[in-house]
Ligand binder design. Structure first.
Ligand code: FCB
Length: 456
């Protein structure tokens, strides 16, 4: 069922003080991969290996935000954003992962924050959006417990330097994707394919989160702290028991493996059994550390999974995700706004975190500049409209959603897809670095100024 397409002013209005934002991540926009003392990250390393990224793209230059940040902030101001979610590059601050500090890296983020505040835009900093210092990868990366300790040192440095001005902190972006795609599927950095490494990585990411939260709180009096998860409903493709079991399993792998321990419930038994490997990386008091109370959960929602078990070849024990033949984005992801409503309601019912932010939501479409210089992206407007209506309904049903961050501010480096997938509200010509506001950006501007979902 699609959300009701009403334009009734009261229904489509958001609560006063609702935070309107847009999001990016360091590796996807900054470029300047080896400038001003920055160390190599696992994404620099990975993208420099032939065959890893579509078209041989790299994030070496990306949106050149490292140099164009002032222009980008003035575009944010034009949009009227209340908040901007960005991530800090750990190897820009600590080129070797720990120890030696790169002052120029600190200065970059410090100036960025000052300029944002001057523009009336609240920063929400994600400490880790996938770009581990390569130096730490060389010592074993996330499967090694010590990396979690190194993360706490980085957290301490970042929050001591920016904590006087930045209130909102997220530790990790999508630990599932870091662990599963980076260490099991191998499509993301560091490109490993090892179930044991994947499980240890997931644990150490969660542990690093749990250890970092008290450090942020110690350094910043009024900090609001949380973590960002990718969450989406995994629904069975049919009523068959096999499909239901497969959907339940995938829900466990993607959603519950992270939500349950954060909520103090430990790893879900059914998924522990499914993996059937010893979780011998868990040490006493780890699960308590992971369950440290947080102020908010960030929810990244793009689509749902429709899960079928029957097409599984005998040799392959993994459930298959299929998408019904409906409207899809250029990622091949089904457009399913009802899934955002369900996700918000379910998380609130099952876990009741104090506050939810939608920290990412958006869509890739093949945008281009028209002859008259405009970029018209009506499909993105529809996508965003429908997802905002779903959000408004969840809020009316009592879910404490306090803000929404569109993914993304700018077209950018979409990981293994390189520059082939455009998610931005703002078009980027990667040859010239020219930015053009898409029609979705103009529309979002109206949404923000009216604090309501408006027609295109
Ligand atoms: C999310 C990532 C983000 C972006 C979107 C499309 O998984 O957090 O960086 O790539 O997907």
């Amino acid at each position: 069922m699609m959300p009701e397409r009403t334009m009734n002013a009261d229904l489509d209005k958001f609560p006063e003080g609702f935070i309107w934002g847009a999001a990016t991540a360091a590796y996807q926009i900054e470029g300047a991969w080896n400038e001003d003392g920055k160390g190599e990250s696992i994404w620099d390393h990975f993208s420099h290996q032939p065959g890893m990224i579509e078209n041989g793209d790299t994030g070496d230059v990306a949106c050149d935000h490292y140099h164009l940040w002032k222009e980008d902030i003035s575009l944010m101001k034009t949009l009227g954003l209340d908040a901007y979610r960005f991530s800090m590059s750990w190897p820009r601050l600590l080129p070797d992962g720990r120890g030696r500090v790169n002052q120029k890296g600190l200065d970059f983020y410090s100036q960025l924050v000052d300029e944002l505040l001057k523009a009336g835009i609240q920063p929400l900093v994600t400490l880790y959006h996938w770009d581990l210092p390569q130096a730490l990868q060389d010592q074993g990366g996330w499967p090694v417990r010590d990396t979690a300790l190194a993360f706490t040192e980085y957290t301490d440095l970042a929050t001591r330097h920016l904590g006087d001005r930045v209130k909102f902190w997220a530790t990790f972006n999508e630990p599932f994707v870091s662990a599963y795609i980076g260490y099991l599927e191998g499509r993301h950095a560091p490109g490993h394919k090892d179930l044991g490494e994947m499980l240890a990585t997931a644990h150490h990411l969660l542990l690093a989160h749990g250890w970092a939260i008290p450090i942020i709180q110690k350094n910043i009096d009024s900090a609001e702290v949380g973590i960002v998860l990718n969450i989406g409903p995994q629904v069975p493709a049919s009523d068959s028991d096999a499909d239901k079991a497969a959907a339940r399993q995938l829900d466990g792998i993607i959603n519950r493996w992270y939500l349950d321990p954060l909520a103090g419930r430990g790893y879900p038994d059914d998924v522990v059994q499914h993996y059937s490997l010893p979780l011998d990386f868990i040490q006493p008091s780890d699960m308590e550390a992971i369950a440290v109370p947080i102020d908010f959960l960030g929810v990244n929602y793009y689509t749902r999974g429709v899960v079928r078990s029957t097409e599984i070849p005998e040799s392959d024990n993994a459930p298959r995700v299929i998408f019904p033949n409906l409207v899809k984005t250029e990622m091949g992801w089904e457009v399913y706004p009802e899934g955002l409503f369900d996700t918000l309601v379910d998380i609130h019912r099952d876990y009741s975190f104090p506050v939810l932010y939608i920290t990412e939501n958006g869509a890739a479409f093949p945008d281009h500049i028209d002859a008259d210089g405009a970029v018209n992206d009506p499909q993105r407007v529809t996508y965003l409209q429908e997802h905002l209506l779903a959000t408004a309904r969840a809020i009316r049903d009592g879910v404490p959603v306090r803000g929404y961050f569109a993914w993304s501010l700018l077209d950018n480096f979409e990981w293994a897809h390189g520059y082939s997938k455009r998610f931005g509200l703002i078009y980027v010509d990667f040859q010239t670095q020219r930015r053009v506001l898409k029609s979705s950006a103009r529309w979002y501007q109206q949404v923000i100024s009216g604090n309501a979902v408006v027609d295109a």
